[in-house]
Write a protein that binds this ligand. Sequence first.
Ligand SMILES: NC(=O)c1ccc[n+]([C@@H]2O[C@H](COP(=O)([O-])OP(=O)(O)OC[C@H]3O[C@@H](n4cnc5c(N)ncnc54)[C@H](O)[C@@H]3O)[C@@H](O)[C@H]2O)c1
Length: 418
Amino acid sequence: MTPTPSDADDPLSWAREHTPILRSFQDEYGETRPLEDYTVAFASHLEPKSGVAIETLRAAGAEVLFTPSEPQSTHGPVVKELDARDGITAFAWEGMTDEEFDAAQHDLLEREPDFILDDGCELIAKVHADHRDVAADVIGGGEQTTAGITRLEAMEDEGVLEFPVYGVNDTPMKHFFDNVHGTGESSLTNIAITTNAIISGKDVVVCGYGYCGRGIARKARGMGAQTIVTEVDPRKALQAHMDGHRVMSMAEATEVGDLFITATGNREVMRKEHFEAMQDGATLANSGHFDVEIALDDLEAMAEEVTTPKEGVTQYQMSDGRRLNLLAEGRLVNLTGPYSQGHPAEVIDTTHAMMFIAAHDMLAGDGDALTPGLYNIPDRLDRAVAERKLETLGVSIDEMTESQRAYGKEWEHPDSSF
Ligand SMILES: NC(=O)c1ccc[n+]([C@@H]2O[C@H](COP(=O)([O-])OP(=O)(O)OC[C@H]3O[C@@H](n4cnc5c(N)ncnc54)[C@H](O)[C@@H]3O)[C@@H](O)[C@H]2O)c1
C-alpha cells in the first residue's frame, strides 16, 4: 500500500500524536471553553509542537495571536495552517528578518492581548517599553525560558512590571525536563546532523552547568565524548566535577576543545581571546536563548575569509590558517539550524502544558487575583501536570499512608529505637 502523507494536510498531526497532555486539555476544555472571552498572545519557536499549544489555547476558547520568539525558527506550513483557522492570527512568516520580527511583535501588541505567553520576554518587555496603555490592561503573563526570567527579575527589581507573570521556566515540570533533557538531546542531535561529524571521542566543552548545560554534558558523555565544563559559579563547577566532568577555565578549555556549546544565558562567553587560542577545525554552537553567547563581531573582525562549507556551518578562516566552524549563526542550535526541529515532542508537551496552565489559572482559575510581580506556578498545578504525564506513560506510583503523612509532620519521633 502507498502511504498517505498525512502531514501534507495537517503539519501538526505528528506533534499532536506525541503531545498527550495537550490533547487531554483539548478534550477537557473543548467543551467548557474557559478562555472564551480572552485574547492570548503566544510567542514561541513556531514549529508543529507550538502549533499544538496554540490550537489547545484556541480549543479552550481563547482568541490567539501568535508570533515567533526567534525570527529564524519558524516553519512556514505551520504558520499557514494555524493562520487559516478561525480565531487564530499569525504575526509571523518563515524567513523573517530581525526588523520584520520586531515590527510583527509591535503589530501584535496593538491588538491589545489580555494575556501574554512569552519565550525570552520580548513581548512582555516591548509592551512595557512601547505600549504602556496596552500593558495597563494586560491581566497577566507566563514566561517559559530562563533568559526571559532573568529579564523579568530585572523588571521586577526596577519596579516597572505592570502585571503578574508566572515564571513557567521555574516550575519543576518545565526545567527538570525541557531544559535538561530537551535541550540536551536536541542540541546534540542537531549538531551531529548539521556537521555529520562524530561526537564520540571528542573533547566537548559545555559552557554553563545550569539545567541546560547539565543535560548537554550528561548526554554528550553518554555518546562517548570527553566532557569539559566551564562555569562562573563555584557550586555549579563543583557539581560538574562531582558528576565526573573535567572543569576548567575557558582559557584552558579553548586549547583542548573540539566542540564548544554555550548554555549560560550570558553574553560573550566565547570571545576574541578564546578564538585566538582555539584549535583548527573547532566547532562552536550556542544553545542559550539569545545569539550573544558567542561574540560574533569578534569572529567577523578576526576572519580573513568567511565561507559556508555546509548548510548551517559558517567557517571563519583566521590569518594563521586555522578554521573555526560556527553552527546556526550562533543562534539556538537546536532550533534554528537547517535540520533543527527543537525539543522532542514528549518533552515540550510538559512545557506547553505548564504555559497553558499559567494562562488558565490566571484567567479562569479560582485563586485570588495577583498583584504585579513574578510568581511561581502553584505547586498543586505542577503536580497535577506531572500526574497527567505519568498517566499518559502508564506509570503508577505510590501514595503515602496516613502514618507516613503524620511521620513527616512530627519532630519527636517517639517510636524510633534511639
Ligand atoms: N536551547 C533551548 O531550547 C533552551 C531551552 C531552555 C533554556 N534555554 C536557554 O539556555 C540558557 C541557559 O538556561 P538554563 O536553564 O540552563 O539556565 P541556568 O541559570 O540554570 O544555568 C546557566 C548557567 O550558566 C552559568 N554561567 C553564567 N555565565 C557564565 C559564563 N560566562 N561562563 C560559564 N558559565 C556561565 C551560570 O552560573 C549557570 O550555572 C538560557 O538562555 C535559557 O533561556 C534554551
